[in-house]
Design a protein. Structure first.
Length: 448
């Protein structure tokens, strides 16, 4: 007798819809918290909002259980739609059977926990089960698609050279100021949000949390990350929390210390890259390609990680060597196993002038063909995960069908003009040369 697996739509009807038409478990059990700025959100879709720095000292659970989220929980309990969750409502309004992230971000929690959330009083505080946390924005890289809100090296660029000039499209404000609100406390100053996190962690968060992912900046450049890793080593057996960390794995990252610190823990490492050699070093300013690759291999060979994940940010500049980069991923998988590494392709939408969609049709179409060839060559082999095949296919379709990076994006002429304005200044500030590094883009770039 075959056992029928429940579809996402069936799950939604059985578990979510009987509670309310807008219930989402993430509002109770998931958060991203930026401790440098004291901002929080429930999943990455709603805009972040501020945590009260006075109240959080009395009750550290306010890092997540803010009045704003409590109000949204009450709305969800009575079937109203919180405005901040517009991302999901838009998907659901396309078609009554459309499955939005609300379903995926709810079904990871037990039905008992979901029932408890739904029956709770809206003023109750909940302990988190999944959390992504950033201690500060310290980072030794200044990638072209990042900005000063997430990198102190980007802050230095703006402090030294001033705002990027002559940009008109949506990304312009990323590059015009130092985003000081992202780091409200100087290094050495007491940050009430960091203090509250460790207080909450020590009291009960270390027991309730199923997964903790530390991000940055570069989290391994932050003393607070090492303090947390030391806690795990000094308190072995007290917490069952799965630990994950995002790292750029640059030459400055102390990989040996990291591997000692995570010894015996369930640990996943996430790193970023999407192109090869000097092209990667151009896009991810601060990266040494050889140091990155050596660190990847060292971590895999240590056998201390449950999986090593490579997150590819698909932008205009990476398309030329992306297929070669994916071949490298396959070579590593063949040597070490399908999770060493596994990869995701995440399509960049902001700043939209760096989107792959600004490229001329012939360059996009050449990349599409190389990705199609890659799939034909590797699809039948089990070293590729289903999600990896789907992500490549999604990019092939995206390059063919989608015309704008997002619905409010400026027209292509303005985006390609910003592309040129931005990279001319980037080259000068960072001592780089786009046309030499990406010869396939040279004629097009000069024609802009
Ligand atoms: S309803 Fe959607 S946007 Fe809101 S918290 Fe849930 S998954 Fe995120």
């Amino acid at each position: 007798m075959s056992i029928k697996t429940e579809t996402d739509t069936e799950y939604k009807k059985r578990v979510i819809d009987i509670k309310s038409k807008s219930f989402c478990g993430a509002k109770w059990y998931n958060a991203t918290i930026w401790l440098g700025s004291g901002m929080t959100t429930s999943c990455h879709h709603p805009l972040p909002h501020k945590v009260d720095h006075n109240q959080v000292q009395r009750n550290p659970k306010l890092l997540h259980n803010t009045p704003h989220k409590k109000q949204e929980r009450a709305q969800m309990q009575s079937g109203l739609r919180p405005v901040g969750c517009e991302y999901c409502w838009k998907i659901e309004d396309m078609n009554t059977d459309s499955v939005s992230d609300r379903v995926y971000k709810t079904k990871i929690y037990s039905e008992l926990d979901l029932e408890q959330a739904f029956r709770s009083h809206s003023q109750d505080d909940f302990n988190l089960k999944t959390l992504e946390i950033a201690f500060d924005r310290t980072c030794q890289f200044a990638c072209s698609y990042c900005n000063p809100a997430f990198s102190t090296t980007w802050v230095n660029d703006i402090r030294r050279n001033g705002a990027y000039q002559n940009l008109v499209s949506d990304g312009r404000n990323h590059f015009t100021h130092t985003h000081d609100n992202s780091q409200m406390y100087k290094f050495g100053e007491t940050n009430p949000y960091v203090e509250a996190f460790f207080k909450w962690w020590e009291s009960d968060l270390h027991q309730s949390l199923v997964e903790l992912r530390v991000t940055g900046g570069e989290p391994l450049m932050s003393g607070e990350t090492w303090k947390l890793l030391d806690w795990f080593q000094n308190n072995k057996g007290r917490s069952q929390t799965r630990l994950a960390l995002n790292s750029n794995l640059g030459a400055e990252v102390d990989v040996d210390r990291l591997l000692t610190s995570v010894d015996g823990l369930t640990f996943d490492l996430y790193t970023s890259n999407e192109s090869m050699g000097i092209q990667a070093e151009y896009i991810r300013d601060g990266l040494s390609w050889s140091a990155w690759l050596n660190n990847v291999i060292k971590i895999i060979e240590s056998k201390k990680v449950r999986a090593l994940h490579v997150m590819c940010t698909i932008n205009a500049l990476c398309l030329d060597s992306l297929p070669d980069f994916l071949e490298l991923m396959v070579d590593l998988k063949k040597q070490y196993g399908r999770d060493y590494p596994n990869f995701t392709l995440n399509i960049l939408r902001f700043p939209s002038f760096q989107s792959a969609l600004v490229l001329p049709p012939d360059i996009k179409s050449e990349c599409r063909q190389r990705l199609i060839n890659f799939l034909v060559k590797h699809k039948g082999y089990n070293y590729l995960h289903e999600h990896e095949i789907n992500h490549i296919q999604r990019l092939i379709d995206y390059l063919n069908i989608v015309e704008k990076p997002h619905s409010d994006a400026f027209d292509m002429e303005k985006l390609s003009n910003d592309f040129k304005q931005f990279y001319l200044q980037y080259d000068q500030r960072r001592n780089k040369n786009l046309t030499q590094t990406f010869p396939n883009l040279s004629d097009w770039f000069k024609s802009l």
